[in-house]
Ligand binder design. Sequence first.
Ligand code: HPA
Length: 270
Amino acid sequence: MMTKINEAVAFIKNIYSDKPAVGIVLGSGLGSFTTEINIEKEIPYGDIPHFPVSTVEGHSGKLIFGTLGGKKIVAMAGRFHLYEGYSSDQTVFPIRVLKFLGIDTLLVSNAAGGVNPSFKVGDLMIITDHISQLAPNPLIGKNYKELGPRFPDMSEPYKKQLIQKMKDIAAQKNIKLQEGVYVAVTGPTFETRAEYKMIHTLGGDAVGMSTVQEVITAVHMGLPVFAMSVITDVGIREEENVITHEEVLQAAKEAEPNFKALFCELIAQL
Ligand code: HPA
């Protein structure tokens, strides 16, 4: 594992040697955030040793290095999901590489289904906590002390200070934000009606197929995390309840202007 991380990092540093301060993972339908970046270098995942290659529509699959709000950043345009058939190790490999490239903060975004009855399609939700029990924990297996402890604390996976900063930014910009608990599932099926209800009963406000594995991996390595969901469908409506990937991508696209404004300002203020 450590050799693989070091080889990927060495390969990237050979192409782009600046140290990024911030890493951002762009979720489904949020890839056009990259237009905000003053791009210096793009590296397709397929070129990087040991990187898996993303297969999902709406994910282009590259690391983008550049500046935004006066900060050096690296964006992951496209991420890896368990439902694609990748192992947990593969799914979280890029997060480990970003840490060893030198990032100090990880920002994560995703498209998620709302299970809180007060949520509407297009809402943005600050993730204040998560429930990972419905997806495999990425730290199962040998623990690498170079990465972090065997039994990492998870009392504050999403840094309170970053959450407060984002709330202040949203208030200034008059953008409404929801907040809540994100529940991770493996997918690729969207949930049944009974499952959406169960997730709400468990304490979830939103459900999705990504993020939590990446966040656990980042917290294991001591990396401060901020994460936000775009609510792209509402799982617990009683009537028509057919959810499609196209609908998810479209809803994410519509939420993008606010998403961009908030994240650009957050990065500038880090
Ligand atoms: N469930 C799981 N993952 C999702 C959903 C959902 O309803 N919407 C977007 N990603």
